[in-house]
Design a protein around this ligand. Structure first.
Ligand code: SF4
Length: 182
């Protein structure tokens, strides 16, 4: 099995809203075809290809972590290789170690999702960073979830903040160093 299948089909972090909030189209991407394939393209500034983007988690990501539009995927998707993939290609990381990193990071992301759910955020179709930001805004405004008493809510939120921080550090260290690109 080729390396992309061995790693990427166990991962999905660059498509499932863990690593990125959205994907911007680039000049040369076939907008009409991507629309026809069902990618929910949104306009940023105008209607040019380079002003369109689609949100993560990606609607084309299948439950087996394959891309439904793989043959026609946009150029950003085609060109992106995470740091872990590059390290594996360069022989700097052995495959079992890379798979362990993926497994652990997916568990870290799952912990964040679980805490978000517990705190009343049901936005499973929204990128993790956006979900956390929106929940933080509510906490900052004193809007606590109805289902929890205040002490539990603040405890869980502290746990969530730490889990988000740890996940972010892990993503920077192992997958994509530049947080501004996320
Ligand atoms: S189009 Fe395919 S490769 Fe690109 S983000 Fe969606 S699932 Fe991932």
């Amino acid at each position: 099995m080729a390396l992309p299948e061995q790693l990427c089909l166990h991962c999905g972090l660059c498509c499932n809203g863990t690593l990125f909030r959205d994907v911007e189209l680039q000049p040369g991407d076939d907008v009409a075809k991507l629309r026809a394939l069902g990618l929910p393209l949104r306009s940023r500034r105008g209607l040019e290809a380079d002003s369109l983007k689609f949100p993560q988690p990606c609607s084309a990501l299948c439950s087996d972590l394959k891309c439904r539009v793989y043959a026609d995927r946009p150029s950003r998707c085609r060109e992106f290789e995470c740091a872990l993939f590059k390290a594996a290609v360069a022989g700097k990381t052995e495959l079992p170690a890379a798979l362990k990193t993926i497994r652990q990071t997916r568990q870290m992301a799952e912990k964040v999702r679980g805490l978000l759910r517990e705190l009343g955020d049901a936005g499973e179709g929204v990128a993790l960073a956006k979900r956390f930001k929106s929940l933080k805004r509510k906490f900052d405004a004193g809007e606590l979830p109805d289902r929890l008493d205040a002490e539990t809510a603040y405890d869980r939120f502290a746990e969530l903040s730490l889990a988000v921080h740890e996940l972010d550090m892990r993503l920077r260290a192992k997958f994509h160093p530049d947080p501004n690109d996320r």
